[in-house]
Design a protein around this ligand. Structure first.
Ligand SMILES: Nc1ncnc2c1ncn2[C@@H]1O[C@H](COP(=O)(O)OP(=O)(O)OP(=O)(O)O)[C@@H](O)[C@H]1O
Ligand SMILES: [Mg+2]
Length: 283
């Protein structure tokens, strides 16, 4: 593991996340994030974009894709939870086998040191207290302070940060001083039918086209009815329907699809599947 010394404290660094991620469609969002991160002048500072959208809409994928494929930087994902403490975000002390204390840099701090991209995933699951420790990092000061190691660390000039947030109910409302530091807000809407087909095809390229098409039709209907069924649900449904069909559990594609909807989405999914508006011209 890589180590680095800062103000006489030896830090063990985290590893970047290596994911097999690709992105299709909604290219304007890719360009907006890239623009937010750009420095247009040597005195300019990058912004800290916040991606908001429904669960499973593609927020983490989009962030990772722009970081690694457009900026060509290493990405470090930090999963924010309700239990994330301020020090978890920066440096954690770990007792070694020889009873000495080792200091482990978080993925966020490692991105700051190495000049990578930090993805603070599901940021609004984290409490205000933890957010408060990041305030200086998120404005033009660009540093964090570790109370445990007693050091202050300045971010590398290439460091970038992006925050993803779910707009579901199980999250915190952030205070205004944090809100104002997490800008611009980039909304990730559900994709249209053509984009959704491409996403399914990209994620399960070996899937049968008929299954992909009925899944897209179902998802588009779900979005039109304002349900929370997501692209991720669609990928799971299509994948399972294909397995049910290929394994012979379900004889035909329609029954495989119905069973997959029931298994992945339950009764709400079946109700939507059965719902037929009087004039249904969607295809
Ligand atoms: N435009 C896209 N191109 C390629 N894959 C996509 C796209 N949008 C969504 N996906 C796929 O949909 C799935 C869900 O995406 P992701 O995990 O990024 O969503 P999320 O918004 O971060 O969800 P959560 O809120 O649950 O964290 C992933 O398998 C991802 O690969
Ligand atoms: Mg996510």
């Amino acid at each position: 593991m890589e180590k680095i010394e800062i103000e006489n404290v030896t830090l063990t660094l985290a590893h970047p996340d290596k994911l097999n991620v690709d992105w299709t469609g909604q290219n304007d969002l890719v360009r907006q994030i890239t623009a937010a991160w750009m420095k247009v002048d040597s005195t300019d500072i990058p912004l800290n974009p916040r991606i908001v959208g429904k669960p499973g809409a593609g927020k983490t994928t989009l962030s990772y894709y722009v970081a690694t494929e457009i900026l060509k930087q290493e990405a470090y994902i930090f999963q924010c939870t309700i239990d994330t403490r301020p020090e978890d975000l920066i440096i954690m002390p770990v007792i070694s086998s020889t009873n000495t204390i080792n200091y482990h840099a978080s993925s966020l701090l490692t991105a700051m040191i190495k000049g990578g991209v930090a993805i603070l995933d599901e940021g609004n699951r984290m409490s205000e207290k933890s957010w408060a420790s990041l305030a200086p990092l998120l404005d033009d000061r660009k540093y964090v302070e570790s109370v445990i190691a007693g050091i202050k660390i300045k971010a590398h000039p290439e460091f970038r940060i992006i925050i993803t947030m779910n707009d579901d109910a199980t999250t915190f409302d952030l205070p205004e001083y944090i809100h104002s530091r997490l800008q611009p807000t980039i909304e990730l809407p559900y994709p249209d039918g053509k984009e959704e087909y491409d996403i399914l095809k990209m994620n399960i390229p070996f899937a049968n086209d008929e299954i992909l098409n009925i899944t897209v039709d179902f998802l588009q209907k779900a979005h039109n009815h304002n349900t929370s069924f997501s692209v991720r649900d669609g990928i799971n449904i299509a994948r399972y329907a294909m397995k049910l069909h290929k394994s012979g559990v379900s004889e035909d594609i329609d029954s495989a699809f119905t069973l997959a909807i029931k298994a992945v989405l339950g009764a709400d999914g079946l109700r939507l599947l059965a719902f037929r508006p009087r004039q249904d011209n969607n295809n």
